[in-house]
Design a protein around this ligand. Structure first.
Ligand SMILES: Nc1ncnc2c1ncn2[C@@H]1O[C@H](COP(=O)(O)OP(=O)(O)OP(=O)(O)O)[C@@H](O)[C@H]1O
Length: 254
């Protein structure tokens, strides 16, 4: 296996630290004392066996109520409350079928009772290649187009931290490659933490690869391949890293 390093302890300027994350359901401790650093303008991909607590960790970071025995501290150098600086993108796009695409992009503003900004929403739709679909309803779009609308809605939020829980899992392989490239470019100035089950997706997009394993789970960093994301998945180096990451995911730890 390639050299791995424990999550860095240093505070990253303009980045984010998660400190002392703990989650238990009754007597079952999923993880305890997990700390990680998420650097500014970077993608961190979180992998691990089903049930190890990846989604729960993300939900805890989003400030959602996961368990009475859930705790973590988020630290960065901004004074604005975290809840105002977090965007969420999940496996389901959660587009409202009765709202046009342009209105779905602005949904966050509507729900918060803020003024809409049609020009900015339109500019974002143009950036994801869907300017001409602005007046359509979600059910008239393909899965890939819906995912791009969800991406535009995430961008509309102007959040510093973007939490993604398997956002591309439902897409076919080719559409996924396309949207990887787009998401990578459009979210390059954010702190992204993405849960994925797909090692190749993590290797393509991750500046940092975080593997949760063990019981209670710990987080270990696995070095990503050379080069900047989005990396070409069809290279010998990627195949090599793919094998190593699969090994890291399946190796048993106490
Ligand atoms: N409210 C709850 N009460 C009891 N157990 C729960 C509750 N919510 C989640 N769990 C358990 O916590 C564990 C972690 O769930 P979580 O969804 O975070 O895992 P995950 O690593 O994201 O899994 P997957 O990769 O399959 O999505 C699971 O075993 C789940 O059954």
């Amino acid at each position: 296996m390639r050299p791995s390093a424990p999550p860095s302890d240093s505070l990253v300027p303009d980045g984010l630290r998660v400190l002392n994350a703990r989650l238990a359901f009754d007597a079952r401790v999923l993880f305890d004392d997990i700390s990680l650093s998420l650097p500014a303008s970077s993608w961190s991909c979180l992998l691990g066996k089903s049930g190890c607590g990846k989604s729960s960790l993300l939900r805890m970071m989003a400030g959602l109520d996961v368990s009475s025995n859930a705790h973590l501290t988020l630290v960065d150098n901004s004074d604005r409350p975290f809840k105002q600086r977090i965007a969420w993108m999940g496996q389901q796009d959660l587009l409202l079928p009765w709202r046009r695409v342009i209105d779905n992009v602005q949904l966050g503003a509507v729900m918060r009772g803020e003024p809409q900004d049609v020009d900015r929403a339109m500019a974002l739709l143009e950036r994801v290649g869907l300017g001409r679909a602005a007046r359509r309803y979600p059910q008239t779009l393909s899965g890939g187009e819906r995912a791009r609308v969800a991406l535009a809605r995430t961008l509309f939020e102007q959040a510093t931290l973007v939490l993604m829980d398997e956002p591309f899992a439902a897409l076919d392989a080719i559409t996924r490659l396309d949207i990887h490239a787009q998401a990578c470019e459009l979210l390059s100035d954010r702190i992204v933490l993405m849960v994925t089950h797909d090692p190749l997706e993590a290797l393509r997009l991750g500046d940092q690869l975080l593997v949760m394993r063990g019981s209670p789970a710990r987080v270990e960093r696995v070095l990503p391949p050379e080069g900047n994301p989005p990396r070409n998945p069809a290279t010998p180096a990627m195949s090599h890293h793919h094998g190593e990451l699969l090994n890291a995911l399946t190796e048993q730890t106490s």
